[in-house]
Design a protein around this ligand. Structure first.
Ligand code: NAD
Length: 281
């Protein structure tokens, strides 16, 4: 197992590609948008060089990682030789299904197809392919190179062999795994979305400022990040899609906060757009 293709080069895709490349895998990073893919390349190179200067990776690892990375807008060229494909496109079920159908036609029959969905059903996605036994969710966390966990979610038909191989790859990526039964939002997104949404409602109700809500949760509850700064890091558009899916599947408790809807409508998408609950230079 040595070729990983990552589909989608946004916040998560570029992080997964970087982590896979420094772990010795040959990596094809694909995006439909050439400008986004070029930006991902610059960001990954910047991260690689910064990590080398700080001594986190050796000069040899830096050179090998650069050699191992291929940036490719054509999905067929990017995925035809892959042993594992990790999809990290927008959190939209129709888009994910469309991509899995294409990958099913492009990839070798033994290729494992994984989705980095935060909330959605690998069973539903896998059922649209001829290889539901080789479809699984690998839920990475942001920023990928720093966060230790991958949540593994099997679909109804996912085989033990697929789980075994994906666990082995996760270890090579220097990650810990948990195996979670399929349910909307798994363990982490179900919990995290609720905390974030409550923080947004509190902000809207004037309970405290964004800074003080985050400070209270960090210093009072010992979370490493506040829920509002975390939502900004995730991307408010992505968080809204997560909330909408959880609201649809789990009900009222997950109704997206009106302030989240308002910010997304205004184009305030968090760190990636320069402003969200905070402003970024
Ligand atoms: P993003 O919006 O930053 O990136 C999505 C990328 O997909 C964009 O670059 C877009 O151009 C690309 N794309 C769209 N259609 C495509 C296609 N047909 N082919 C190839 N590329 C295409 O989103 P993100 O935050 O990286 O989230 C991606 C996935 O990861 C979502 O399912 C999200 O729920 C999940 N996730 C996100 C986070 C997070 O913190 N942002 C954490 C864990 C999981």
């Amino acid at each position: 197992m040595d070729i990983i293709t990552v589909v989608g080069s946004g916040v998560m895709g570029k992080g997964i590609a970087y982590t896979s490349a420094i772990s010795g895998f040959k990596v094809f990073l694909n995006d439909i948008n050439e400008t986004v893919l070029e930006k991902a390349k610059q960001d990954i190179y910047g991260l690689l060089e910064g990590s080398c200067q700080k001594g986190f990776i050796s000069a040899e690892q830096l050179a090998t990682a650069k050699e191992n990375l291929v940036f490719e807008t054509n999905l067929e060229s990017a995925a035809k030789d892959a042993d594992l494909v990790i999809e990290a496109v927008l959190e939209k079920i129709d888009l994910k299904i469309e991509i899995f159908k294409k990958l099913d036609a492009i990839c070798r029959p033994d290729t494992i197809l994984a989705t980095n969905t935060s909330t959605m059903s690998p069973t539903e996605i896998g059922a649209q392919t001829a290889r539901p036994d080789k479809v699984i969710a690998m839920h990475f966390f942001n920023p990928v190179h720093k966060m230790k966990l991958i949540e593994l979610i099997r679909g109804l038909e996912t085989s033990d062999e697929t789980v075994r191989i994906v666990k082995e790859i996760s270890e090579k990526l220097n990650k810990e795994t948990v195996e979670v039964n399929e349910f909307p939002g798994f363990v982490t997104s179900r919990m995290n979305c609720l905390i974030g949404n409550e923080a947004m409602n509190m902000l809207m109700e004037g309970v405290a400022s964004a800074e003080d809500i985050d400070k209270a949760i960090k210093l009072g509850l010992n979370h490493p990040m506040g829920p509002l700064e975390l939502a900004d890091l995730v991307g408010l558009d992505t968080r809204l899609r997560n909330m909408e899916y959880l609201y649809q599947t789990l009900g009222e408790k997950y109704r997206p906060s009106p302030i989240l809807l308002k910010y997304v409508k205004a184009g305030r998408l968090g760190k990636k757009s320069g402003s969200g609950f905070y402003h970024y230079s």
